[in-house]
Design a protein around this ligand. Structure first.
Ligand code: SAH
Length: 213
């Protein structure tokens, strides 16, 4: 688990690519500049870890493209101390970026293999999310709600109602909706019953799967 100056140099180049693609939030750029992405993927991909691309991880899943992580995180408008729910822990990369931003992170993963592996790995790296849950993201985490922000990192065929209801008034939900490609969608909760919805372009994600049990 080494993070060398060569890795750090490549990371600075990646951050510049994100700036060139329109990411402006300094704190988000700094957070991505701090997370050793090469350690979140199989060592056979190490040389490519700082390309702006998604890569396969365990259980047929992917680590999201850095631009996508940056775009979603920027939309969340994270403040230090925010309570944030992430759906789709996956490699833990997005989780680590949110931890870097000083958020109190709750994250749900439905693949047991990934859940176990990532939980250990984040601890090894020194990241301390509040709670990693093995379960179904469609349900959210009612016992820890309401959340300031919710981020979904898999493509949702529809917007799960529990996620909207677990958002604080003033809170933000960022979720890719639809079936390949998905439309990145932002919901801002304006009152108990009112949500402002904004659509922000096409992205491609692995599907948010519904549990059969
Ligand atoms: N944030 C991750 C992205 C991983 S890809 C990263 O940065 O690496 C999306 C993840 O969502 C996969 O790990 C997949 O197993 C998980 N997922 C899919 N459906 C889910 C569901 N219903 N509940 C929780 N996680 C789910």
């Amino acid at each position: 688990m080494k993070d060398t100056t060569r890795h750090q140099g490549k990371r600075r180049q990646l951050v510049q690519i994100l700036v060139d693609k329109g990411i402006m939030d300094k704190a988000v750029l700094e957070a991505i500049g701090n997370v050793p992405r090469h350690l979140f993927m199989d060592s056979s991909f190490e040389d490519h870890a700082y390309q702006d691309k998604a890569f396969p991880i365990a259980a047929d899943q992917t680590i999201s493209q850095p631009y996508t992580v940056a775009f979603q995180t920027e939309l969340l408008e994270v403040s230090k101390g925010d309570t944030i729910l992430e759906i789709g822990t996956g490699s833990g990369f997005q989780t680590a970026v949110l931890c870097e931003l000083g958020a109190r992170v709750y994250s749900i993963e439905r693949q047991q293999e990934l859940f176990k592996k990532t939980k250990l790995f984040l601890t090894k790296l020194g990241y301390r999310p509040k709670f990693l849950s093995f379960g179904d993201g469609y349900k959210g985490l009612p016992e820890y709600a309401p959340f300031d922000k919710i981020i979904v990192t898999a493509g949702a065929p529809y917007v799960p109602k529990p996620l909207l209801s677990q958002l604080k008034v003033g809170g933000r939900l960022v979720i890719p909706v639809g079936d390949n490609p998905q439309i990145m969608t932002l919901f801002v909760r304006q009152s108990a019953t009112k949500f402002e919805k904004t659509e922000l372009g096409e992205f491609r994600f692995v599907p948010l799967l519904e549990d059969k049990n």
